[in-house]
Structure formats: C-alpha cells, structure tokens
Write a protein that binds this ligand. Sequence first.
Ligand SMILES: O=C(O)CCC(=O)C(=O)O
Length: 369
Amino acid sequence: MGEINPDFIQPPEHRPKLSIIEAEDIPLIDLSAINSISNPEAIERIVREIGNACKQWGFFQVINHGVPVDKLQKIEAVTRKFFAQPLEEKRKTRRDETNVLGYYEKENTKNVRDWKEVFDLTVEEPTLVPASPDPEDKEETEWTNQWPKHPPEMREVCEEYVRQVEKLALKLMGLIALSLGLPENRFSSYFKDQTSSITLNYYLPCPSPQLALGVGHHKDGGALTVLAQDDVGGLEIKRKTDGEWIRVKPIPNAYVINLGDCLQVWSNEIYESSEHRAIVNSKKERFSIPYFLCPAHYTVVKPLEELTNEQNPPRYRPYSWGKFITHRKLSNFKKLNVETSKFTISGYPNKWGLEGIPSNNMLFQVPDV
Ligand SMILES: O=C(O)CCC(=O)C(=O)O
C-alpha cells in the first residue's frame, strides 16, 4: 500500500474495517404507488414502511421514486466531466470566504481530511441566510452559485436535476409527516425559502484505503438527504442496534434517504438522524450526489407541539436554523487557516449537528458564538 499525507489518516477507532458487512434487511421502499389516489391501502403501506425504516435505521432506499433516469444520468455525466478537468481549471470556481459555494479539494470532517473533491451548489438562487450568527443582527446576505465555464452544460443539467429531486424530497417529507400521525403538509412551510444544497462528490482512488475515508463519520444536519451513488459502493451506515458499520450496496436508480438532525428534533426523537461515512478503494474512482433538504433560514427548529406533552416533554431547545448554519460556517472559517476543520455551508452543518448531546434527557442548545 502506498503512503498518504498524514492529514488524511483516521484515528484507529475510525478506520474502515477490512471485512464488509452487508445487511440483508436494509429497507428498500417501492414508491410507485405514491401518486395513486385510488389506492389508499398502498399509500398506507408505504407510510408504514417508511415509519418502520425511520425508527429502526434512520435511513432507507427508494425505487420507482419519480426522478427521471435521464436527469440522473446527465448530472452524473457532467460531474465526471467537471472533475476530469485539470486542477487549475477546477480551481477557477474554488470556494472561499466570499464565494462560499463551488469547487473544493480540502474538505475535512472532524478535523481529518476527506479523500475527495467536491463541488457545492445551492438550490435556491440566491439563497437568503443571516449575515452573521449574532442573534441580534437582523441583516441578511445571499449565497449564489459559481458556475464553471466548462463543461458548458453544467448549469442547465444541475438546475434540471435539482428541481426533480426536490419534488421527491418534499414528497418524502409528506410521507414522513403521515408516518408520525401528522397532516401530510405539516413540514411544507419550512421549505418555502429553503437553504437546501447539493454536493457533487468525487472520490479518487486511494493508495491506503484502510487508513483514510472519503468522508468521515457524520450525521446530516438538515431535514433529510436524498443521495445518488454510482455502482462502485462505499457508503456505510451505522446500524442502530449494534453500532456496526453496514455497507449500502448500490441499487441501480435507487436513492438512499438519510434522516437529518432537524427531523430528529421535530419528531422529539421518535426518529433519529443516521450516522454514515464513505470508504474509498485503491482501484476505482467513485461519485455520489447528495441533495440536502434544509429549511428556510428563519425556521426555528424545535420539537413539534403535536408530538410532545407533559409525559413526553421537548428534548431540545428551539434553535434558529439560519443562525445555526451561519455560526458553523464562520467557526469553520476561523479554523480554516490551520486546515483543521471542514469549511462548510448549507448542506454540511451536519458534520457537527446535534452530535455530542450528552444524554437524551438533556436539552440541546446551539452554543453562543
Ligand atoms: O458519498 C457518499 O456515499 C456519502 C456522502 C456524504 O455523506 C456527504 O457528502 O455528506
């Protein structure tokens, strides 16, 4: 095995295992019936399946989801083309403190370099966010995409793809609401001015895949993530029952759905966000495209009143989604100079999200800046 830069080396407890565990019972949900009003039993079945998957795993895969396959193929093709370009071309859209979206090759998760290159895009252009994490500061700012000149079709392909996946993500939020005994549109208002994003992930072959990770273990901070992965495989999910890392075998045209921290809070922990990571291999490059569904910046995230009562009081304090993501972004910038942190925005508040809550009974509050 080759040598790699020590920045990429995971602490021993987080290194990938050589033996792969593939669970047979990973939930795979067929959504073909979701639009058939004439078949309420089929919809009830899907809702039940989703509820069980959310409780047991915090994640599931879906097929027959309605995203046209050509849109997925086109974005996969454009992603390959973009990352195949010379570094200097890709760096023309490199993100920095001013342009917080675009290409980046020095991602970190939990202070260890990820073995990947990324391109981050916001879904709503522009996306409105707070100008600072200061709770008193009411000023807003805008995030806008940096579109590369090459490949020339990148903007159109990404924009078309995003609109389709958005429909799926919102539909899933409706089904999840039903599975919690809530009206289907219970979460809809949170996404009116969403701060959702997508990331194009490019994992290069790694000479020491037993030491590094494509992306280190983390949970997603938003509502949910709709992830497309190619046929190489590498995504692992931490099984809730025994803490084992389980490989998610790619299924053609399926999406992996991860619950994020917002859903954990909204549901007052009826559901929990899922911990996951991506491993790399020495021979093949791998691509994945997560869509991070995130609420509007002005959303106050807190346990829903319908799901709490005297016997089951709220387990989390309310927090401002916008201040939360801005705080994280800025604190990441502060550490950026020493290259110890993940420079992140919109889709990646997750890397720090609600992790580290000392116990289920303790209320969590976003730390003051
Ligand atoms: O590539 C994958 O399978 C996982 C990607 C992921 O978790 C991320 O980009 O945050």
